[in-house]
Design a protein around this ligand. Structure first.
Ligand code: NI
Length: 217
């Protein structure tokens, strides 16, 4: 059923815009919502005119600041309490060269993805530790597609249809999953779970093979 144009700015849209205004009027960086909060488990709604251009731009700026402050390589809108299909990504790839090489981790310039979807291309998988700002203090191994086709809109509303590979493909999958109410732990090898100190003591290595053998996953 097609909704008439006049219904697009109906009450839910206004309620969402005022919710966003309220969040943006609060502390910066924006507080990150942690696992257990319903907003991380409810599928986010597509961005479709609920926020005017200025408010959307201000939200993106605030999410970018929040990602830098965390620090992280991605923040999805539900992580700041907003159930919209929007995420920001950026990776300066400042890790040891042997880890960067093993993970195919290269600089990912800042970008915004709106209403994203991805499709895993080919059979090649990459199994590595990853973490999430909404599950602070822990990391676990997730098997992800090495290459994805990303379809979304960018911050200016242009259509994007692009093949993304390596660590950036992992970031795209992780952030897009957030918008469907999926946390990385849902897909993780739970026996690999390490808190950050155990991770840096034992498993901050190019390969997960030793972790696989010792932790038994
Ligand atoms: Ni996350």
């Amino acid at each position: 059923m097609t909704e008439p144009e006049t219904r697009r700015r109906s009450l839910p849209g206004f309620a969402l815009a005022s919710h966003v205004e309220q969040i943006l009027a609060g502390p910066r960086p924006l507080p990150i919502i942690t696992a257990g909060h319903p907003v991380l488990r409810i599928p986010a709604e597509p961005v479709d005119g609920q926020l005017d251009d200025a408010l959307l731009a201000e939200l993106i700026t605030a999410m970018r600041e929040t990602m830098h402050a965390a620090p992280g390589v991605g923040v999805a809108a539900p992580q700041v309490g907003i159930a919209l299909q929007l995420a920001v990504l950026e990776d300066s790839a400042e890790v040891a060269p042997e880890i960067a090489t093993a993970r195919d981790r290269r600089v990912l310039p800042f970008r915004t993805i709106i209403n994203p979807s991805y499709e895993i291309l080919g059979d090649l998988r990459a199994d590595f530790y990853e973490g999430c700002l909404s599950v602070p203090g822990y990391q676990a191994v997730v098997s992800r597609g090495s290459s994805v086709r990303l379809q979304c809109l960018d911050a200016t509303g242009n259509r994007v249809d692009e093949e993304i590979t390596g660590w950036a493909a992992r970031i795209v999958q992780h952030e897009t999953d957030h918008l469907a109410g999926i946390l990385y732990l849902d897909k993780a090898r739970t026996r690999s779970l390490s808190d950050n100190s155990q991770y840096s003591t034992y498993w901050a290595r190019p390969s997960i093979e030793d972790a696989r053998e010792v932790l038994g996953f």
